[in-house]
Ligand binder design. Structure first.
Ligand code: HEC
Ligand code: HEC
Length: 285
């Protein structure tokens, strides 16, 4: 009973030639990351083979993001040779940890063609981590990952916290890109759309609830701390943790909740804006 759904994004009309498939619901955060096997030549060989079978069509033979499917996708697959990653628990501007890569492969990136690979046995996912690290010199040149301080445990998501978050959202001008109500219509969004034809920079429409890391309270908190390297979404790691939790709580109120039973954002009604219930704190989908 996986809460996952596939949408063939281009069913008709002008985009009929697109083969894009978008992963529309993020799997829940998942449990702890299992211990990695030792990186042996055999593990590396397994990783290279799996990569060629499963990842090369999008990410390319050399990892440069130029696989045969790449031009058919709504957004470019990550160029692994650059060693720049969005989803990290490490300081902005530093490579991700092995656990970060393992989690990304397991969970996929919600709202993108990058699907979760959690059906693969853990050993195979670790083999893929080794292969991705092999594709960029950055991992050997900067071998020390620099983790952020551990996150304090989350506060209760109260009305007061959300109200504080709303003030901070204005103060830090999040709306310049995301729009005042999170609809991705801020003044800077227009600018980015023109510059990149909307393909390379995606100002996120927060009201759609498609968070690539996941929409849980702690996921959004972490994204605000780390920022998304290689994109205009900066890190707010300098702010006190309380402020980041408040912002995360407010962001979650911007998500339009489906009104009907269909709990897939965008598939059901999108008429109301209610704060996610506490039940949805771990898996809002
Ligand atoms: C159908 C195309 C497709 C396939 C197949 C695919 N990916 Fe991706 N992958 C993407 C796209 C597109 C992105 C960029 C998403 C974004 O920028 O938000 C991505 C991003 C990533 C990222 C970077 C996330 C970050 O933190 O920036 C990793 C790691 C990754 N993929 C690993 C893999 C692995 C490992 C495989 C094979 C098991 C694989 N991908 C197969 C399309 C694909
Ligand atoms: C300069 C423009 C800009 C500003 C300012 C900005 N963001 Fe973003 N934000 C982005 C872009 C671009 C992305 C999408 C990055 C990507 O996935 O390529 C994003 C993504 C996000 C996401 C999605 C995370 C996920 O997992 O998908 C959240 C939440 C978010 N921003 C919240 C905020 C908040 C809160 C602020 C203010 C404190 C803020 N942003 C300020 C550009 C901006």
């Amino acid at each position: 009973m996986r809460a996952l759904a596939l949408v063939v994004a281009a069913a008709a009309g002008v985009t009929a030639s697109r083969t894009d498939v978008v992963w529309t619901a993020a799997p829940p955060s998942g449990g702890p990351v299992p211990a990695p096997p030792p990186v042996t030549p055999q593990l590396r060989a397994e990783g290279a083979k799996l990569y060629a079978d499963r990842c090369l069509p999008c990410h390319g033979r050399m990892g440069d993001g130029r696989g045969p499917l790449a031009t058919h996708l709504s957004m470019p697959p990550t160029d692994f040779t650059r060693g720049v990653f969005k989803l990290r628990t490490t300081l902005p501007g530093t490579p991700p940890s092995d656990n970060d890569l393992f989690r990304t492969i397991t969970r996929g990136l919600h709202g993108t063609p990058m699907m979760p690979w959690k059906e693969l046995p853990a050993r195979q996912r670790w083999a893929l981590v080794a292969e991705i690290k092999n594709l960029s010199r950055r991992f050997s040149d900067e071998p020390q990952t620099q983790p952020l301080d551990p996150s304090p445990s989350p506060p209760d998501e109260t009305e007061g916290l959300r109200a504080k978050g709303q003030r901070l959202y204005g103060l830090y001008r999040c709306g310049a890109c995301h729009g005042e109500r999170g609809d991705a219509n801020g003044p800077a969004a227009v600018l980015y759309r023109n510059v990149s034809a909307g393909r390379f920079v995606r100002i996120r429409d927060l009201s759609r609830g498609e968070f690539v890391r996941g929409g849980a309270f702690a996921d959004i908190f972490l994204s605000l701390r780390t920022g998304f390297d290689g994109t205009p979404m900066g890190s707010y790691n300098d702010l006190p943790a309380d402020d980041l939790w408040a912002l995360a709580a407010y962001v979650r109120t911007l998500v339009r909740q489906p009104t009907g039973a269909a709990a897939v954002p965008g598939a059901g009604g999108r008429a109301t804006r209610t704060a996610p219930t506490s039940k949805s704190a771990t898996d809002p989908y």
